[in-house]
Ligand binder design. Structure first.
Ligand code: AMP
Ligand code: MG
Length: 399
C-alpha cells in the first residue's frame, strides 16, 4: 500500500495545467493567469495633481508675501494644455493633468486666496503633490505573472490598462458520479434501506468553494454495465471525474471492474491513511481528442470522501488550474486533551480550532457526517503517536 505522500506524488505526476482561455475580467476572478502580461499604458497615465490646489513653480512658493496671479483653471477630464509661466499659478483639482511649466502643486489649504491671485503660506518643493506618469508601472513592465491568481486588485489593474478580458487557465470540466443502489436524491421519499445521496452535493460544494461551481452531478446503480455506461459518457465531455463509493473490494463495488472493461488500469489504489484507505486514481485518454481524463475514486463513507478530497483531489485540481501552491493552509495547535493513536495507518482526526487549541469532534468515525459538519480542521496522528496538551502539532484548515 502506498503512503499518502507517495500516492500524492504519483498522481500529481499525471496532472498538467489545463489549456489557456480568454475570460472577461470578472469571470477570471480566482483563476490563474495563463501567461506573463506586460503593461501597455504607464500608470499614472500622465503627470497629474494629487490634491485640489494650485499648480505652480516651486521656486515661486517661498515668499509668503508674494502674490501669484491665477491664470487658468484645470479640472480633471479634458487636458486644456495650459502653460504655467514663472510667477503665476493655475487652479487645479485631484487627477487633473499638470500644466506645462508647473513643477509642483500647493494644497488649497496652504494658500491665501486674494481675488484672482494667491499667496503661498507654506513653501512647496519640486514634485510635491504631483503623481508622475509611470511612477507605479511603465509600458513593457510585466504586471501579471503566469500562474498567479487573479484577485480583485488584478481586475482593477487590468481594467486600468483598458483590458476587458485576460488569458487564464481554463477551469477543468468536472463530474461527480455517486454510486450506490441505496442512494436517493434529496427531495424524494425514502424507502426502507435507502439513504439520501449526501456525497454528491458535498463534493459539488467543495468544488464550488474551489471556484468550480458548474460540476455535473450523476448517479449510477452498483451494476458494472451501468457504471461502464456512466463512466464512458462522463469521460467524453469532462476532464476530471470524482467517483464516490464503489471503490472497495465488496461484491457490489463496481468501479474497478467497470474501469477494467473500459481498458483503464488504475495508477494507484489503496493508500495508508485513515480515513480513506480505498482511494483510487486512474487516468485515460479521451477517445475523441486524446486529451487526458482523470478519475478519482473516493470512498463512499462521507468523512472518508471529505478527507481524501482534501488530501488528493484538491491539490490535483489546483495543479490543473495552474496554481503553484497546492497545500492546505496550516496552523500550529495544542490538543485540548492527550491524543493517542494505536492503529497502523496515519489518522486524520477531525475537529475545530479555537485560539490555538484543537478540539477533536466527538465521533471520529467515517460515517459521522454531523461531527464532520462541525469540524474545519484536521490533525494527523502517526501510528503509535501520543500528543499531549503541552505539545504543538500542525493542523490543516479545511475548505
Ligand atoms: P461504499 O464505499 O460504496 O462501500 O460505501 C460506503 C458507505 O458509504 C456505505 O454505508 C454507503 O451507504 C455510504 N455511501 C456511499 N455513497 C454515499 C453517498 N453518495 N452519500 C452518502 N453515503 C454514501
Ligand atoms: Mg457503494
Amino acid at each position: 500500500m502506498l503512503t499518502e505522500s507517495e500516492a500524492l506524488t504519483r498522481l500529481l505526476s499525471h496532472i498538467q495545467p489545463g489549456p489557456a482561455t480568454s475570460l472577461p475580467l470578472l469571470q477570471a476572478l480566482g483563476r490563474q493567469a495563463a501567461m506573463d502580461l506586460a503593461a501597455t499604458l504607464p500608470l499614472p497615465r500622465f503627470d497629474n495633481s494629487m490634491m485640489d490646489g494650485y499648480a505652480l513653480r516651486a521656486a515661486d512658493s517661498t515668499d509668503a508675501s508674494r502674490l501669484l496671479p491665477v491664470i487658468g483653471h484645470q479640472p480633471a477630464g479634458a487636458d486644456l494644455h495650459l502653460n504655467c509661466p514663472a510667477g503665476a499659478a493655475i487652479r487645479i483639482f485631484t487627477g487633473a493633468p499638470m500644466p506645462a511649466g508647473a513643477d509642483a502643486v500647493i494644497m488649497q489649504e496652504d494658500v491665501a486666496r486674494e481675488g484672482d491671485a494667491i499667496r503661498c503660506l507654506e513653501p512647496v518643493t519640486v514634485g510635491e503633490q504631483v503623481r508622475r506618469a509611470g511612477a507605479d508601472l511603465c509600458p513593457g513592465q510585466i504586471m501579471l505573472r503566469r500562474g498567479t491568481a487573479i484577485t480583485p486588485g488584478t481586475v482593477g489593474l487590468l481594467a486600468s490598462q483598458g483590458l476587458r478580458e485576460v488569458s487564464v487557465i481554463r477551469p477543468p470540466r468536472v463530474a461527480v458520479l455517486s454510486t450506490g443502489d441505496e442512494l436517493v436524491p434529496p427531495g424524494q421519499p425514502l424507502k426502507d434501506g435507502q439513504i439520501y445521496n449526501s456525497n454528491g452535493p458535498m463534493l459539488q460544494a467543495l468544488l464550488a468553494k474551489l471556484g468550480l461551481p458548474d460540476s455535473t452531478p450523476r448517479h449510477c446503480l452498483d451494476a458494472v454495465e451501468t457504471t461502464v455506461q456512466a463512466l464512458s459518457e462522463l469521460r467524453d465531455c469532462h476532464d476530471i471525474i470524482l467517483i464516490s463509493g464503489g471503490v472497495s473490494v465488496g461484491d457490489h463495488d463496481p468501479i474497478k471492474p467497470a474501469l477494467a472493461q473500459l481498458g483503464i488500469i488504475p495508477e494507484l489504489w489503496r493508500v495508508k491513511v485513515k480515513p480513506g484507505k480505498p482511494f483510487l486514481f486512474a487516468q485515460t485518454q479521451r477517445p475523441a481528442d486524446g486529451q487526458p481524463v482523470s478519475f478519482f475514486g473516493l470512498p463512499g463513507n462521507p468523512v472518508s470522501a471529505y478527507v481524501t478530497y482534501h488530501l488528493f483531489v484538491r491539490p490535483a485540481l489546483l495543479r490543473w488550474m495552474g496554481a503553484s501552491d497546492l497545500s492546505l493552509p496550516s496552523r500550529l495547535a495544542r490538543p485540548v486533551t492527550t491524543l493517542t493513536h494505536d492503529g497502523d495507518r496515519p489518522h486524520y482526526l477531525r475537529g475545530s480550532l479555537r485560539e490555538g487549541v484543537f478540539f477533536p469532534a466527538a465521533l471520529q468515525q467515517s460515517h459521522a457526517l454531523y461531527a464532520l459538519s462541525q469540524s474545519h480542521a484536521l490533525l494527523k496522528l502517526e501510528p503509535g503517536q501520543q500528543l499531549t496538551p503541552e505539545q504543538q502539532a500542525p493542523v490543516l484548515l479545511l475548505d
